[in-house]
Design a protein around this ligand. Sequence first.
Ligand SMILES: [Zn+2]
Length: 320
Amino acid sequence: MIVMNTAQVNQDVLSRFSRLAGQHRLAHAYLLVGPRDSGKTQTALALAQLVNCESPEAKPCGQCPPCRKIASGNHPDVHILGSDDTQTIKIEEVRHLLGRVALMAFEAKQKVFILRNIETMTTDAANAFLKTLEEPAPNTLMVLTTSLPEANLDTIKSRCHIVKFFPSPVNRVAHVLAEEGLKDADARFLALYAEGCLGQARKLRDQEIFRQRRKILDEMLLNRYNDTFLKELVTDRQATAQALQLLLSFFRDVLLLKNGTPASELLNQDFLKEVEKFAGRSSEDLGQIVGQIVETKRQVDENLNVKMSLSLLREHLWVN
Ligand SMILES: [Zn+2]
């Protein structure tokens, strides 16, 4: 059973499907092609919601009974075959699935079959499946996925509409960093912080950004940075610029949380308590803080002395 995670749905692809559905032009079979972890299965589930959603307005609504059943992996007419790993899809499984294709839907407007990583199908299985693609059953949508489009499945490919997925630069960079040994949370932080630029992310990692970040946030947010820290900081322009950038990333989280983004999606997971505390401040206060950080950053870029600005920032941070 696969539970939905809407954060992984490729919204560009989903809106394309949505437009097609609005014009009653959805095909009966799609092949989603893209690298591992680019959101193919999650987008397939969102498509299953889209064609079964009962909302009269924007679909998928995520709230109606079919949307919810699909999200929790409990819809009787939405079937998923295939796994994440290299386990092959065997002919018995395809036969079982074909049996279900032949059945009437229990409650869905459209039955949806999601076949993941079809490159793992055995030849027998692929041949058995091919017939269904050639003679589509009514009210049935097939969504296939693969990360290896070059695998020898031409007959299947030629019977599907192909939709290509591109991972976002941030996800791709996070993935590479994790493979190079960073913890997942750190990799995600760094990828976002470096705005999806792998070279920049690697450089920051090698400069021990995590140790520095901890120190900066501890000093500036927990210890209410004292004059000694401030004096030391302003002697190094690069360190000052980085401290301000780290603060901006922290306040980005504060503003996101204030606007209802779930805490689990924030970057500064290890400072959540502080993020929550600042999110309790008024929007006006936060606007002043962010404005002051941005202004100080501009001064650093212009090589000005920023000691005054940093003191002012401290006053904004700690009004009471
Ligand atoms: Zn719905």
